[in-house]
Design a protein around this ligand. Sequence first.
Ligand code: MG
Ligand code: MG
Ligand code: MG
Length: 322
Amino acid sequence: MEDEKIYVVGHRNPDTDSICSAIAYAYLKNKEENTEKYIPARQGKINSETHFIFKYFDYTILPHLIQDAEGKKIILVDHNEEDQSLKNIKKADVLEVVDHHNVNFSLGKPIFFLAEPVGCTATIILDLFKSKNITVPKHIAGLMVSSIISDTLLFKSPVTTQKDRIAVEKLLKIAGIENVKEYAFEMFSAKARIDKKTAEEIINCDLKEYDFNGVKVTIGQVELFNLDKIYGRKDEIIASMKKHIECRELKSFVLMLTNIDEEYSDLFIVAKKVCTIERIASAFGTQPQYNTVSNLEGVLSRKKQVVPPIQEVFLKKYSVNK
Ligand code: MG
Ligand code: MG
Ligand code: MG
């Protein structure tokens, strides 16, 4: 029965955590209530990293693809902002939220809302498994540990907490992964392979829309071992970013090019006005050079190191204009 189903879904342009936490949490809820009504869902294609993880653990069931939330019962994982959620999320019955991002959510009723400032949703879900005394099966442990490795860039990202490290240790054992560094390297390599991707696929791989007090900004991230190849395709990528903001009526697009080996990010920035590009660059105390801000040392996390300074700049601008 359609109305009995409850979809557990992560954010748009799903990353590994959004896919795997939806699977893990739906599993947990089904076990807890001895039902099958919780359906893992996704809002789009899985990325090449998640694809690698599924293959590694021989997991073949893709989460159910949904795009419109109208009339559906929904549980949100790995996000809570409307701009990152399903179409018509306001017309859905949102039952729960489990997330590790900035809270920007309101609903006309009390719900189970669990947000913790840890590196990954899967870390929070592991706690729920424990508190409900439900065993984590091997493949779910594999998906969960991969989520934490992905979101924390194997603990390099400043989003990492002690709790994430402990969760990884526990989950690795269950998943049967002996060498976490080797496994993480394989995972990141799967994501970093951009040769066969179109510019559009590259910019869409991991992007999120933000509404900074009425100003719509998209911030994407590409994680690579070195940035040479992406610079080799800069014109094509900038053109694709421009097209993206035209189509979606966004003010600007910031693409983080993160070198996970050397631990820094460059930014490609496009905006409808040149002064906006300058303003975004100013959030990092620098001037843009041909749509680029270079060498932001130690910058690995969008939510901790890129979103807050840009948000501050836009809020300032907004209040000045008002
Ligand atoms: Mg995510
Ligand atoms: Mg996450
Ligand atoms: Mg990420």
